[in-house]
Ligand binder design. Structure first.
Ligand SMILES: [Zn+2]
Length: 307
């Protein structure tokens, strides 16, 4: 009896975060992480990763949080088609997009990321952040190997892989100081990293983030006129997600600015927003809203200084 219960429990635990590969558009695949912060329970599987199957092989976009997860993702891709991974494109340096990169590098992929990701890689900070995160999350990142980009993006680059023309465009600073997006013009498919969300609060508290420029790059993404938008943390989206993200960032920025100009303190501003924000009901509000408010509050000083 007990043996049977333990057996069932084992099955439940070992399958509760099974990675399911979905084809969301012809030749384009995704795995969808859970909503939340990384933990040992979710194995860090709290972000999405994508892959395009071309006649020459795979193009992978983002590499999940750990080599263990990216290996699982790689295995799923090989079940669809055993073909080389030509490129790994990393949308930005956050662990849930970058830390699984070694799997694809070892499989022979050319790694593409923003130049500023390489600058971070070369700084002592990259190792410190990895060590601290590994301690903070109970050894979750113990097998992570940091991987630099082979090709650096500063503005825009086009590559042809098999039948697909792929544009890689710098959209930074916004969520970080090294955001890039991947656009497939013939299919109107946009891989937007962590720049676009629907019914979920963006994280804008990164040191390199910029609310002001984030609003600007959302307009640039709208000008690409994408039909399908793939983000780091949602199901496939459409252009209404650009609007959602824009309005959240604008509401939060305008409210902080107004209250700061009235002489309110950071705590008074946080309290006011936590009572009145129309965004309270959305996923990750509790985790990300206060850091976002704090970031805007400080950046307004810098903007004053610039003027
Ligand atoms: Zn991110």
């Amino acid at each position: 009896m007990f043996k049977r219960i333990f057996f069932l429990l084992f099955i439940f635990i070992s399958t509760s975060f099974a990675m399911e590969l979905k084809e969301f558009h012809k030749n384009m695949y995704m795995v969808r992480g859970v909503d939340g912060l990384p933990s040992l329970e979710n194995k860090g599987f709290m972000s999405n990763a994508y892959a395009i199957l071309t006649k020459e092989g795979w193009v992978v976009i983002d590499s999940l949080s750990t080599p263990e997860l990216s290996k699982e993702f790689y295995k799923e891709l090989m079940k669809v088609k055993k073909a080389p991974v030509k490129y790994l494109i990393i949308t930005h340096y956050h662990p849930d997009h970058w830390y699984g990169a070694s799997t694809f590098k070892e499989a022979g992929a050319t790694v593409i990321a923003h130049k500023n990701l390489n600058e971070f890689y070369k700084s002592p900070e990259s190792k410190m952040v990895l060590e601290e995160s590994n301690k903070r999350f109970g050894g979750l990142y113990k097998s992570v190997k940091l991987i630099p980009a082979d090709i650096e993006i500063t503005d825009k680059k086009e590559i042809q892989v098999g039948e697909y023309k792929i544009s890689i465009i710098s959209m930074t600073p916004a969520h970080t100081n090294n955001d890039i997006v991947v656009f497939i013009p013939d299919e109107k498919v946009l891989f937007a990293g962590d720049l676009v969300y629907i019914n979920r609060i963006p994280f804008a508290g990164d040191r390199g983030a910029s609310f002001k420029n984030w609003l600007k790059v959302l307009k640039e993404m709208e000008n690409l006129n994408p039909k399908i938008i793939l983000g780091g943390h949602n199901e496939p989206m459409d252009q209404s997600a650009i609007k959602f993200t824009y309005e959240y960032l604008q509401y939060t920025r305008d409210t902080v600015k107004k209250l700061k100009e009235q002489g309110k303190s950071i705590d008074e501003i946080k309290n006011y927003i936590n009572q009145n924000s129309p965004y309270k009901k959305y996923v990750m509000y509790d985790v990300f809203n206060d850091p976002n408010v704090y970031k805007i509050y400080n950046d307004l000083d810098l903007e004053d200084f610039e003027q």
